[in-house]
Design a protein around this ligand. Structure first.
Ligand code: ZN
Length: 258
């Protein structure tokens, strides 16, 4: 496995928009206000018999109808269309399936449904991702997490929301290996302090304040940050930012993006 690419200077990956190609109901489950906070990975469950791009797109069209059938997803009328935002095919091509702001019923957890982007790999059973497919999946994770300031620890498998086999026996360990090796989402953002706040040596107030307890951002101070990661919960949010100058970490609720 090569190192995942998080460098946003490389630009977004190529994404094919096939939203118009997929069956879609004339109503919507809902629209997310604000940025997504998680990414959730899925697989097909049953083996996908035709693992060519054409076969996989046909599978997605069939999945959309399956998700929309009456009674599907625990709803009387079924879902409002396919319940995945993105799919990565066996040839490594990335396809957009739904609007990013669409709330989807994909993981059996209300927080996960409301706040995560849903990424699907059309494979199942004992099928593993192809190398181009996994490389593109990580590229997509890198782009989504960088763009939405989502820590890598919040890229989850479906089974981390609810007991299920998804994303399967081979993709789940791939996901965990990647996440364990990627301690933070690398970003390039300018933040402004909205209150006076200490700069800590680690992502939590249990760490010392940096520079021998002297490192403070005053309200209005601006700083370039290079990473976002999960740390100690602070005013209801677990995201901490690392200053690009290396001085230390500040909690998300004390800053805003400028
Ligand atoms: Zn799933």
């Amino acid at each position: 496995m090569t190192t995942p690419i998080f460098n946003e200077r490389l630009g977004p990956p190529e994404i094919r928009d096939i939203r118009e190609l997929l069956p879609r109901a004339n109503w919507s489950i809902g629209h997310r206000e604000g940025a997504p906070r998680y990414v959730t990975l899925h697989y097909n469950g049953p083996t996908v018999m035709n693992r060519t791009p054409k076969g996989e797109i046909n599978q997605l069209i069939g999945d959309a109808r399956w998700h929309m059938r009456p009674g599907a997803l625990g709803a009387k009328n079924g879902g409002d269309g396919l319940q995945y935002h993105y799919a990565v095919l066996s040839d490594g091509t990335i396809h957009q399936l739904r609007d990013e702001a669409d709330v989807l019923w994909h993981c059996g957890n209300s927080v996960g449904n409301q706040w995560s982007l849903s990424v699907h790999l059309p494979l199942g059973g004992q099928q593993d991702a192809t190398e181009p497919q996994w490389a593109s999946t990580l590229r997509l994770f890198g782009w989504l997490t960088t763009r939405h300031l989502i820590p890598v620890q919040r890229v989850l498998g479906h089974k981390e929301w609810k007991a299920t086999d998804c994303p399967g026996p081979l993709i789940t360990p791939r996901l965990l290996r990647w996440r364990d090796a990627a301690p933070a989402t690398q970003i390039a953002a300018l933040l402004e302090a909205t209150v006076d706040v200490g700069v800590y040596e680690g992502p939590g107030t249990t760490f010392p304040i940096a520079a021998a307890s002297t490192a403070v951002m005053k309200k209005g101070d601006r700083v370039q940050v290079d990473a976002v990661l999960v740390g100690q919960r602070y005013n209801g949010d677990v995201r901490w930012f690392h200053r690009a100058d290396g001085l230390g970490f500040v909690p998300w609720p004390t800053v805003r993006q400028v």
